[in-house]
Write a protein that binds this ligand. Structure first.
Ligand SMILES: [Ca+2]
Length: 202
């Protein structure tokens, strides 16, 4: 019985198994600790990550953001901007890069300006001018607002908004009837005409 247990073949098999188990347990690179395509090199009982440029950090966890991009962190569902620095965006602490507002693209490489004018954002025949990271509407006449959305009502007209129970009057003073929030002008009761120009008695 003992001869069977310690046959040379069995001993070699056991040694091979022991080597495999030893290698599996002891290589510090087995857990693949290097992020972002970093290469892991065992170093005594620890490891060393070689990171692809421009990524750096102990586990290749620090990633610079690209042009027109910023580093942010999410805490309890709220995204916060990280202060600008040269230490990269630290993925170990769940930081990541996003394009700045008004820019699009790969935030780790390069974000470029969005041409908002392609979507014709200016109402009421406003003229759109694209700008780096934003846009501007040039509005005709007395119309104004970021998207030429504020329109003065004409004489004997008022600004209203549609609610479930019907039309509700808006107090507009001099800031115009806000089309962005679905407000519009109508003639006062007993008047008719173009509420954006002038309404006259019926
Ligand atoms: Ca733009």
């Amino acid at each position: 019985m003992m001869e069977v247990l310690f046959s040379p073949h069995l001993v070699l098999t056991l040694m091979a198994c022991a080597f495999v188990i030893h290698a599996a347990v002891d290589s510090p690179c087995d857990s693949q600790p290097c992020l972002n395509g970093g290469t892991c090199h065992p170093k005594s009982d620890s490891f060393h990550c070689v990171c692809p440029s421009p990524i750096f950090g102990p586990i290749c966890n620090r990633v610079p953001c690209g042009d027109n991009a910023k580093c942010v962190v999410e805490k309890r569902g709220v995204v916060y901007d990280m202060p600008r620095n040269n230490n990269g965006c630290n993925q170990k602490f769940h930081q990541y890069c996003v394009c700045e507002n008004g820019f699009e693209g790969d935030p780790y490489v390069n974000c470029t300006d969005i041409n908002e004018c392609n979507n014709q954002p200016c109402l009421n025949n406003g003229t759109c001018k694209n700008r780096d990271g934003s846009f501007k509407c040039m509005c005709p006449g007395a119309i104004w607002g970021p998207t030429c959305n504020r329109v003065p009502c004409g004489g004997n007209a008022k600004c209203v908004v549609e609610k479930k129970w019907g039309l509700e009057d808006r107090l507009i003073n001099n800031d115009g009837c806000n089309q962005k929030t679905h407000q519009f002008c109508i003639c006062e009761n007993g008047f008719e005409g173009n509420p954006y120009v002038n309404c006259t008695a019926q």
